[in-house]
Design a protein around this ligand. Structure first.
Ligand SMILES: [Zn+2]
Length: 269
């Protein structure tokens, strides 16, 4: 199984300035899954050499633009330009049906092209293309946001999505080989509904994955993400890296980290 980061930026200002890309990330294995296709997801696919048609499932964890904007074009990618009914969409209630003043983020036309539509939430489970996904709770301004735990090809990886830290949150991520956390701010610089590095330390110490990846950086994190990851590693003893645009994690018996070049070649870093 591989995880490819097309974009590692998050929040309004990094998205607007594109200091970091915001296309979300991919999980490739038995199924090829695109997670949280924010602005530039298609450019990321092109620039990092991932064929757009190689998409079996799309996961949209909530209805904020840095997570959903390229959803409809990704559905077109998955359905041969909307000419086939194909693939799986796992998305929050807000993305699919709308929630208060949020969404819906995907047109009825595009929803109709998807073969398997799952309104995902914390506590719900889904099986698709030989994989199993468990929705996990997230505490975010969009109350329908979910994180997940995915079992595919004999490995488990988890993703927090955007959430604040709450006691018990880490339970759902346990027994994951790789844990991806959206850490928008460094240190103890806490903003509502998001994680900062100090929160990440708490979660990672509880979960003890083989590899923790911090991701989804806001402006204050852009220049210090590598240092923050080193701090997490020091404080938890868990191997922790800061995701970079184009980073590729190869999960086999061992876990190796590489950098994807254009045209899809990878060099180890
Ligand atoms: Zn959000």
């Amino acid at each position: 199984m591989k995880v490819i980061f097309l974009g590692t930026g998050g929040g309004r200002w990094v998205t607007l300035t594109q200091r970091l890309r915001t296309g979300g990330f991919r999980i490739h294995g038995t199924a090829n899954i695109h997670v949280d296709p924010g602005p530039g997801a298609l450019l990321g696919l092109r620039d990092f050499g991932v064929p757009f048609s190689k998409t079996d499932a799309l996961v949209v964890t909530h209805c904020h633009p840095d997570h959903y904007t390229d959803s409809e074009v990704l559905i077109e990618a998955m359905t041969n330009g909307a000419t086939l009914t194909r693939g799986t969409l796992l998305a929050s209630e807000s993305v699919v049906r709308g929630w208060e003043d949020l969404g819906p983020a995907i047109s009825r036309h595009h929803l109709s092209r998807v073969e398997n539509l799952v309104v995902m939430a914390g506590g719900r489970q889904a099986q698709f293309h030989g994989t199993r996904m468990e929705g996990l709770p997230a505490h975010h301004r969009d109350p329908t946001t979910f994180g997940f735990r995915l079992q595919m090809d004999g490995s488990t990886i988890s993703y927090t999505s955007d959430t604040s830290y709450k006691k018990g949150l880490a339970e759902g991520y346990k027994d994951s080989r790789v844990l991806i956390l959206n850490v928008i701010r460094p240190g103890r610089d806490r903003i509502p509904f998001h994680l900062c590095t100090e929160d990440a330390v708490k979660i990672i110490s509880e979960v003890e994955p083989e590899l923790a990846v911090i991701n989804h950086f806001g402006m204050k994190m852009v220049d210090v993400a590598g240092k923050e990851a080193a701090r997490v590693r020091r404080e938890t003893g868990v191997k922790t890296v800061a995701a970079t645009d184009g980073m590729e994690i190869d999960i086999r018996k061992d876990i190796n980290i590489g950098k994807r070049l254009t045209h899809g070649q990878t060099r180890l870093v």
